[in-house]
Design a protein around this ligand. Structure first.
Ligand SMILES: *[C@@H]1O[C@H](CO)[C@@H](O)[C@H](O)[C@H]1NC(C)=O
Ligand SMILES: *[C@@H]1O[C@H](CO)[C@@H](O)[C@H](O)[C@H]1NC(C)=O
Ligand SMILES: *[C@@H]1O[C@H](CO)[C@@H](O)[C@H](O)[C@H]1NC(C)=O
Ligand SMILES: *[C@@H]1O[C@H](CO)[C@@H](O)[C@H](O)[C@H]1NC(C)=O
Length: 228
């Protein structure tokens, strides 16, 4: 009884507007979410991926792929115009499986065609990179080859709407060991802070991160001299 009475008396003025505000914020958020993640060729995101030459490996067939997504990217060993260079690790012979000039970007898939006919198929040799939104720059992962189409998957902040996870600076974060196995180090990247490391000097907190600029760290005052 008492509760009902209080609600009737106080709710309309004090809680009502807050509830309404909260509800409209939620609606706005869900409206933004519903637009699918997609690539944007004219946006600044390409600059990050274009700055590097990327590598992926097909362990089963012993093929190493080198990817050059843009004209401005470093060349592969297959030559200037080649976007996807497949090197047979047994023979060390390289073959173009995608040309920079024959690219097509549609939504989240970036295709690179070639002019070589696929034996036993009507299609040409080509590569297809499927992007998904991710928290780091990510790395291309080889998926499969089917009918001369070389498929890759790439989870990257570059494919996110509204630059959701875009850092100030990030660099490719994977290594190949001596056996040619690829190790993705992106799970080690700290998103919001850095790693607090031991330091002989007790008066400072030393933070480090790998492959990415340090995020915000709440206990550090930017205007003090304890920022590294
Ligand atoms: C792509 O991004 C640019 C800059 O961020 C923006 O001006 C443009 O409208 C976007 N295009 C599409 C198709 O989303
Ligand atoms: C790589 O070259 C070897 C030797 O010529 C060949 O047997 C093998 O099929 C080639 N691998 C691929 C994936 O084409
Ligand atoms: C690839 O290029 C060939 C001609 O070189 C063309 O016939 C074919 O339709 C292209 N494929 C795609 C998927 O763009
Ligand atoms: C198709 O077959 C020919 C002759 O066997 C060979 O020279 C060529 O490299 C093959 N092309 C592809 C894309 O495998």
């Amino acid at each position: 009884m008492g509760i009902t009475c209080r609600l009737n008396h106080f709710a309309p003025r004090s809680i009502g507007p807050t509830l309404l505000l909260g509800l409209s914020t939620m609606l706005l958020l869900s409206a933004r979410r519903s637009s699918a993640d997609g690539l944007n060729d004219s946006g600044p995101w390409t600059r990050d991926l274009c700055s590097y030459k990327w590598e992926a490996i097909d362990q089963h067939n012993k093929v190493k792929y080198t990817l050059k997504l843009c004209e401005s990217s470093p060349d592969t060993t297959c030559g200037v115009g080649v976007a996807v260079c497949a090197v047979n690790l047994t023979t060390q012979k390289g073959q173009s499986v995608g040309e920079v000039s024959l690219q097509k970007l549609s939504d989240t898939v970036w295709d690179f065609n070639t002019t070589s006919q696929c034996n036993g198929s009507t299609t040409n040799v080509q590569s297809s990179i499927s992007f998904q939104c991710g928290k780091t720059m990510g790395t291309p992962e080889f998926v499969t080859v089917s009918q001369c189409v070389h498929y890759f998957e790439w989870r990257s902040y570059a494919a996110c709407k509204n630059q959701k996870f875009k850092p100030a600076k990030e660099v490719p974060c994977y290594v190949f060991d001596t056996d040619g196995h690829k190790h993705d180090l992106t799970p080690l990247i700290k998103m919001t802070t850095g790693y607090l490391v031991e330091d002989a000097d007790n008066s400072v907190d030393l933070y480090i991160n790998i492959c990415r600029s340090l995020g915000r760290y709440p206990n550090v005052q930017p205007d003090r001299d304890n920022v590294v």
